[in-house]
Design a protein around this ligand. Structure first.
Ligand code: BGC
Length: 732
C-alpha cells in the first residue's frame, strides 16, 4: 500500500449517499480544488501575500474558505454569494486568528499559562469563541501549543511555555472551550469555533531562536516534548491542525509524511482538516524541496494537507499534478470530504447565517466578559520579586509613574489582537489612578520604548523627587513579540536601561513593572528594583489588573510557565534538563558550568510571589510500591502562616533516577492549588496513574521500568525547596 493510502477513506455505496457524497459526485475538479483553497479577505494582513478582491472567485466556486474577515455584515455578504450565487451553494468557512480574545482582548497565552488553571483556559476560549462567532467567524487558528524554551523566539508569547504536560492541559482546555464543550449543539453551536492546533511541530525550537528557521530535534525530543500537546489536542477532538513553517531535520512540516501522515493521521487516527500555514505550500520552493508549484502542491496533498492557505499552489498546481499522475483524484476527493465534513460539523450547511447573529462588539455578556478579562489578567501577573514594598501602602500619597509602557493603550493588547480595540484598553496609569483616587500620581515618559533619545530622563528624575515610591513601567512594544519578532538580545530595548539606572540611582523604592511577550534579560535591573512584576501583555483590562495586584486588592497567584534566564547565553534553559556526568559543582573546575555566570536561572519555572506565607509539608503517597496499572494518590499539606488570605500553586514532579535511558531531573506530573485563610491548613491531592511515570522506550512505546522513583512537591522547580519521597515500581 502506498504510504498515503490511509488518507483515502473507503468508498461509500451509492445507496447510502450522504449530502457530502452527493456534493462530491456533482463537483467539477475546479470546484473541488476551490474547497481546498483558503484566501484572505482583506481586513488585515498576516503574511507576505496580500489579499485581493475575492468575490469573483467565490462566485466561481474557486474559494472554499476565507481568513482575516469578521463582522456580521461583511461575513454574511460573502456567505450570501457562496450560498446563492454559486452552482452548488456550499457555504464558506470563515477563519481568523482568535488567539487571546477576539474583541475583548485577554492576556497573551504565555501570561494566561501563568494562571495554571485549565478552567480559566477553557473559559477564556469559550468567551473568545462566542464573541468571534457573533462576528461570523467559524474557525480559529488556535490553540498555539508550541513548546517554547528560547526567549529570543518572539512566538513564545503565543505559547503555553516550556513544559509539555502544561502544553497538553492547555491544548485540551482550549479545544474544549473553543469547540463548544457544554453547549447544546457542541461544535455546531453558533457560539462555537473549530479549533486549529498549531504549529505542528517543533516550531518552538528554531535554530538560534530565529522565526521560521530549521529545527533539528531528536525523535526522543519530539516524542517527549513536542508531540504530547498535539496528541492531547487530538484526543480532545480538535477539528484542525496546522503544520508549521519550519523543516524538521530537512523535511518541511508542510510535506512531512512521517509526522503528518504516519503519526498524526495513521497512529493518532486524526480525521480532521489539516490547513497549511500562510503561503507555506508555495514556500516549499524556497525550502528547496519542490521545483515548482505543481510539485509543491502534489507533495503537500500527499502529506495530507487539505487546505492551502494563501499560496494558490493547489489552484495552480493540482490540475497539472493530476494530469501528470503525481496525485490521484481520490486523494483530492478525500481532502474535499474532510473540508466539507468540517463545514457540516460546524452546522454551516444547515445554518450558514447562524454565526454572525450580531456584531461581536455588541455580543451578549460583554460586561461579564470584561470582568472576566480583569480576573484573568490578575491571574496572569507574576510577582517575581518583592522586598516588602508590595502591596502598596494604602497611606501612600505620592507615587511617581515612569516609563514608556505606563500609558499606551495599544501596547497593552499584545500580538494577535486583530479585532481588538485599543481605545477601550486600560493603561497602567489609568488603572492606578482609578485604584488610588486619593494619591497624587505624577507621570513622566523618560524614554521611548525604542530609540536613543535620552532627553526625557532628567525630567523623569525630577518628577521622582517627592515620590514615596516609583512605579517604573518598562518592556517591549507589543509588536516586538509574536510572529517574525525574534530578538537576538531580548533585554530592555532602546535607552530603557539608562532610564532605569537613572531612577535606581535616586535611592527610592522602585517597583519595576515589565510588559513583554517573553522573559526579558533584566538581571541587573531585577537586582536593583525592590519589586519586579511580570505583566506580559494583559489585554483590555491590563491597567486595572496591574493596579489590583500592586495595591493588594488581588493577592497575586501567577506563576512562571517558563524558566526566566539570567542572560541569553543560558538559553535554552528549562527545568526538565538531564543531569550530565559532571553536574555543576562550585569548587570543581571540570564540571558543567559557566566561567562567567551561575548556571541557575534568574527565576525558576513555577516561581511567583504572593503577599503572605504559605508553607508545604508532609508529602506522602498512599503506596510505597506500585505496579504499572496502579493508581497513586499523592498528598501534601499546605498551611497559611501569613496574615492574609492566599492561594498557593503546588507542582508535582517526578524523577526516574536509574533507567535504560537517562531521564530528566524533574518531569512535571501535576499541578494543584490551595486557597487558605490566615492560620488555615489544607491538603493538595494529586491522582497519578502509575503509567504516567513511564517514558518512550526503544520502540517508542511507553515503558515503566521497575525500580526506584522520586516524587517531589514544591512551589516551583527550584530544587532547593522541593519536598521529596521515594516509591518503588515493581515488575508486573
Ligand atoms: C502564522 C499563523 C497564522 C496564519 C494566519 C501565519 O503567518 O504563522 O500562526 O494562523 O499566519 O494568519
Amino acid at each position: 500500500m502506498p504510504e498515503h493510502q490511509f488518507l483515502v477513506p473507503r468508498r461509500v455505496r451509492a445507496a447510502t449517499m450522504t449530502r457530502i457524497d452527493k456534493l462530491i459526485a456533482a463537483m467539477t475538479l475546479e470546484e473541488k480544488i476551490g474547497q481546498l483553497n483558503m484566501v484572505a479577505a482583506g481586513l488585515t494582513v498576516t503574511g507576505p501575500v496580500l489579499a485581493a478582491d475575492v468575490t469573483k472567485d467565490i462566485r466561481a466556486g474557486r474559494i472554499g474558505s476565507l481568513l482575516n474577515v469578521w463582522g456580521a455584515p461583511e461575513v454574511h455578504a460573502l456567505q450570501k454569494i457562496a450560498r446563492e450565487e454559486t452552482r452548488l451553494g456550499i457555504p464558506l468557512l470563515i477563519a481568523n486568528d482568535v488567539l487571546h480574545g477576539h474583541r475583548t482582548i485577554f492576556p497573551i497565552p504565555l501570561g494566561e499559562a501563568a494562571a495554571f488553571d485549565p478552567f480559566l483556559w477553557q473559559r477564556s476560549a469559550a468567551e473568545a469563541a462566542a464573541e468571534a462567532a457573533a462576528d461570523g467567524v467559524a474557525m480559529t487558528f488556535a490553540p498555539m501549543i508550541d513548546i517554547a524554551r528560547d526567549p529570543r523566539w518572539g512566538r513564545i508569547a503565543e505559547s503555553p511555555g516550556e513544559d509539555p504536560w502544561v502544553g497538553a492541559r492547555f491544548a485540551e482546555a482550549k479545544v474544549r472551550g473553543f469547540q463548544g464543550a457544554g453547549l447544546h449543539e457542541g461544535l455546531a453551536d453558533v457560539k462555537a469555533l473549530a479549533a486549529t492546533a498549531k504549529h505542528f511541530c517543533a516550531y518552538g525550537a528554531p535554530l538560534a531562536g530565529l522565526d521560521y528557521a530549521s529545527t533539528d530535534v531528536s525523535e526522543r525530543l519530539l516524542r517527549e516534548v513536542y508531540l504530547p500537546p498535539f496528541a492531547a489536542a487530538v484526543a480532545a477532538g480538535c477539528a484542525a491542525i496546522m503544520p508549521a513553517f519550519n523543516d524538521v531535520a530537512g523535511i518541511p512540516m508542510t510535506v512531512h509524511i512521517p509526522l503528518l501522515g504516519n503519526w498524526l493521521r495513521r497512529d493518532l487516527g486524526f480525521a480532521g482538516v489539516i490547513v497549511s500555514d500562510y503561503n507555506a505550500i508555495a514556500e516549499l520552493l524556497r525550502h528547496g524541496v519542490a521545483g515548482d508549484l505543481v510539485e509543491a502542491a502534489a507533495a503537500a496533498l500527499l502529506a495530507g494537507v487539505d487546505i492551502d492557505m494563501m499560496s494558490g499552489a493547489y489552484k495552480e498546481g493540482l490540475p497539472v499534478a493530476l494530469a501528470r499522475g503525481l496525485v490521484s483524484v481520490e486523494l483530492v476527493d478525500a481532502a474535499v470530504r474532510r473540508v466539507l465534513t468540517l463545514k457540516e460539523r460546524l452546522g454551516l450547511f444547515d445554518k450558514p447565517f447562524g454565526r454572525g447573529s450580531m456584531s461581536g462588539a455588541a455580543a451578549p455578556g460583554r460586561a461579564e466578559r470584561r470582568a472576566f478579562a480583569r480576573e484573568l489578567a490578575c491571574r496572569a501577573i507574576v510577582v517575581l520579586k518583592n522586598d516588602r514594598i508590595l502591596p502598596l501602602s494604602p497611606n501612600l500619597r505620592h507615587i511617581t509613574l515612569i516609563g514608556p509602557l505606563a500609558d499606551v493603550p495599544a501596547e497593552m493588547l499584545g500580538p494577535w489582537a486583530m479585532a481588538g480595540n485599543a481605545d477601550v484598553a486600560v493603561t497602567i496609569r489609568e488603572g492606578l489612578a482609578a485604584a488610588l483616587p486619593k494619591a497624587t500620581i505624577e507621570f513622566a515618559l523618560g524614554v521611548g520604548i525604542t530609540g536613543t533619545d535620552v532627553s526625557g530622563i532628567a525630567v523623569a528624575r525630577e518628577c521622582c523627587r517627592d515620590a514615596e515610591l516609583v512605579v517604573l513601567c518598562l518592556g517591549e512594544a507589543a509588536n516586538m513579540s509574536g510572529e517574525a519578532a525574534s530578538r537576538a538580545n531580548p533585554g530592555l530595548p532602546g535607552a530603557q536601561v539608562m532610564l532605569a539606572d537613572a531612577i535606581f540611582d535616586l535611592g527610592k523604592p522602585v517597583a519595576l513593572v515589565l510588559c513583554s511577550g517573553r522573559p526579558l534579560m533584566i538581571a541587573a535591573a531585577a537586582e536593583k528594583a525592590s519589586a519586579v512584576v511580570a505583566a506580559w501583555f494583559l489585554g483590555v483590562e491590563a491597567g486595572h489588573a496591574v493596579a489590583d495586584v500592586l495595591t493588594g486588592k488581588f493577592n497575586p497567584t501567577g506563576r512562571l510557565p517558563v524558566t526566566w534566564p539570567r542572560d541569553i547565553g543560558q538559553v535554552p534553559i528549562f527545568f526538565s534538563m538531564r543531569q550530565p556526568g559532571r553536574p555543576a559543582a562550585p569548587d570543581d573546575h571540570y564540571t558543567s558550568k559557566y566561567l562567567d555566570m551561575p548556571v541557575e536561572p534568574l527565576f525558576y519555572f513555577g516561581h511567583g510571589r504572593s503577599y503572605g506565607r504559605l508553607a508545604l509539608s508532609n508529602l506522602r503517597a498512599d503506596k510505597s510500591d506500585f505496579k504499572s496499572g496502579d493508581q497513586l494518590t499523592i498528598e501534601v499539606d499546605v498551611s497559611n502562616e501569613g496574615p492574609v488570605f492566599g492561594e498557593e500553586t503546588v507542582f508535582l514532579f517526578a524523577r526516574d533516577p536509574v533507567a535504560s535511558v537517562a531521564r530528566p531531573l524533574l518531569e512535571l506530573k501535576g499541578v494543584g492549588k490551595s486557597a487558605l485563610r490566615p492560620g488555615e491548613g489544607g491538603t493538595v491531592r494529586f491522582d497519578l496513574a502509575a503509567h504516567e511515570l513511564s517514558f518512550p522506550g526503544s520502540d517508542w512505546k511507553p515503558v515503566l521500568e521497575p525500580g526506584e522513583f522520586l516524587l517531589f512537591a514544591g512551589t516551583s522547580a527550584d530544587p532547593k525547596q522541593l519536598l521529596s519521597i521515594k516509591l518503588r515500581a515493581l515488575p508486573d
